[in-house]
Design a protein around this ligand. Structure first.
Ligand SMILES: [Zn+2]
Length: 268
């Protein structure tokens, strides 16, 4: 059996930070080889890097989430650039979220483009959050061209039709616990549209708790963790109508293509 890689988590989250040794251990027991963990604002760059130094299986990504642009320091771009030059890390979580109509879209676009520029200049993979901003990202990608070290559209919520377009820009499509919702029809269609050499998996720990975890804890509010990746892949394989082992192997190899260079640099 192949290993597994969780391409998108937030291990620094205050709800779980105290339990990270157990969470990482349970992940290892479940067959997880690598966990990518994403910062969300400048304030948690340090703790994200510390987690990657403490646990050999953890790869850091550094960036500013579109929800937290009110935390930007005046020299945030310089700050991010200095961290990225110092630490072998991916870029993110970054992206565009147009769900909230009052969000400052111009600022989101500017901040996202700066992250893209760092990813390409430094040859690092990028972990991207997109909600209701599909036209905007395609426009940016067309202007920018394919991403040098690739990237992940995390917990994909776009249409199946858009997937071939995104794949052409060297993006991978990541599926989370949202594929385990029985009524998630749009995600199910997207799951079938992804090329096997572009599919990856994640938990978005501690959020997007999979259905099988909710079902096992009725009346509770459990948190998510990377150890749930194999079961997410199992549900995805059933929905796509293919063998679990085959889908797991593709997810693993694709994730390794993205994060392998950072892992190598980290352990060098
Ligand atoms: Zn996230």
């Amino acid at each position: 059996m192949t290993g597994f890689i969780d391409v998108h988590t937030h291990l620094h989250d205050p709800r779980i930070i105290e339990n990270t040794p157990d969470i990482v251990l349970r992940a290892q027991d479940a067959g997880l080889e690598t966990i990518a963990t994403c910062a969300t604002m400048e304030e948690n760059f340090g703790i994200t890097v510390q987690l990657s130094e403490k646990f050999s299986s953890v790869v850091p990504c550094l960036g500013i989430h579109p929800w937290f642009l009110d935390t930007l320091s005046p020299d945030w771009a310089q700050n991010l650039g200095q961290w990225l030059e110092k630490i072998p890390a991916g870029v993110g979580e970054t992206g565009l979220d147009f769900m909230d109509k009052d969000a400052d879209r111009d600022l989101q676009l500017e901040v996202f483009k700066t992250h893209l520029a760092f990813a390409c200049d430094l040859n690092r993979p990028i972990n991207i959050h997109i909600r209701k901003a599909w036209d905007a990202i395609v426009k940016i990608l067309k202007h920018h061209g394919p991403l040098a070290a690739g990237g992940v559209i995390h917990s994909y919520s776009g249409s199946a039709d858009l997937i071939p377009v995104l794949e052409r820009f060297n993006l991978h499509i990541s599926f989370s616990g949202s594929v385990t919702r029985p009524n998630a029809k749009k995600v199910g269609q997207a799951l079938k549209a992804v090329s096997l050499d572009r599919i990856v998996f994640e938990t978005d720990t501690p959020d997007i708790v999979p259905q099988f975890v909710l079902d096992a804890h009725p009346g509770e509010t459990p948190l998510n963790e990377p150890a749930n990746v194999p079961e997410i892949v199992r549900v995805a394989a059933a929905r796509r109508g293919m063998a679990f082992e085959t889908l797991a192997l593709h997810g693993y190899e694709n994730s390794l293509n993205l994060f392998g260079p950072i892992l190598k640099e980290k352990t060098a």
